[in-house]
Design a protein around this ligand. Sequence first.
Ligand SMILES: Cc1ncc(C[n+]2csc(CCOP(=O)(O)OP(=O)(O)O)c2C)c(N)n1
Ligand SMILES: [Mg+2]
Length: 335
Amino acid sequence: MSLSPQGRSAASPATNLPPETQREMLRQMLTIRLFEERASADYRAGKIYGVVHCYIGEEGVAVGVCSALGPQDRIISTHRGHGHCIAKGADLPRMMAELYGRQTGYCKGKGGSMHIADFSIGMLGANGIVAGGIPIVTGAGLAAQMEGKGGVAVSFFGDGASNAGPFHECLNIAASWKLPMVYVCENNLYAAQTAAAATHALPDVAARAAGYGIPGEVVDGNDIFAVHQAAHRAVDRARSGGGPSLIECKTYRWRAHTERKGQPDYREQAEIEAWKGRDPIARLERQLREESALDDAELQSMERQITAAIEAAVAFAEASPFPLPEQATDDVFAA
Ligand SMILES: Cc1ncc(C[n+]2csc(CCOP(=O)(O)OP(=O)(O)O)c2C)c(N)n1
Ligand SMILES: [Mg+2]
């Protein structure tokens, strides 16, 4: 299947990914889900400061895209970034320690949930500024082009971010310079409390690709194989000098915009429940049971291992010291 401007991918055909790759995708999605459930509980218990935006329900996007990337490829995330970090291979203890605001965290405990980066794995950072990551990672696309080693840069951003200027500026320059970029819009139908339907002139963000002369494709973001296949095509195109693509993943967040108490959520309960019925994890589980002999015992063992890893990450965070007041200006380059 080729990418065509404004194209819409068909339902995911049976995948030819090896069973162990499919199991790894399931493991990563479950890790994100269980990490987020723990982060949410600990935030509500007052153990995590700042703000936490959970990625529950959208796991198929991060894992579907990152499973089409290599270690040399770079990504950038959003304020809802834990899933992207985990899918690119970030370290759970250092992530949890950052959420807990401890010295052993990715930003020495001074950044929190929205500022986790790990350059060693090509994760250029979450970002509290909506659409703020898009220009940074477009710069990484330019760097990859100049390095000439076949690296690709991937921008994750929301439907809300797609209405901000940097989205348009970056797609224009990336298309003009044929940068090796993949732009991945996570359209979860809301930007905080505002429905996308109220702020998007056209229902599909992917249709905007035509304005920049690049391929745009809508995929079911809760179908990990559809996401993976679309990402694979776009990455191949970028790697071989074909330039950028835009992929729009239709998905949904199960939880409120943030974990903050009293956060308004104007969405209809029936809508939330309908999307829970399209759970990307349950879907892959079903498929693996039918086609790949996944059984309860294997699934429970996978869940036990992930839970143990998250418990260990929490224990590491809780045993780590808070940053000291005199460290407040360390690593500050400009003020
Ligand atoms: C420049 C900027 N404007 C506004 C905000 C406040 N804000 C935080 S998240 C958000 C909504 C973002 O929606 P979307 O891009 O769809 O991402 P989602 O939260 O749905 O994943 C807004 C408006 C911000 N952080 N940065
Ligand atoms: Mg959104």
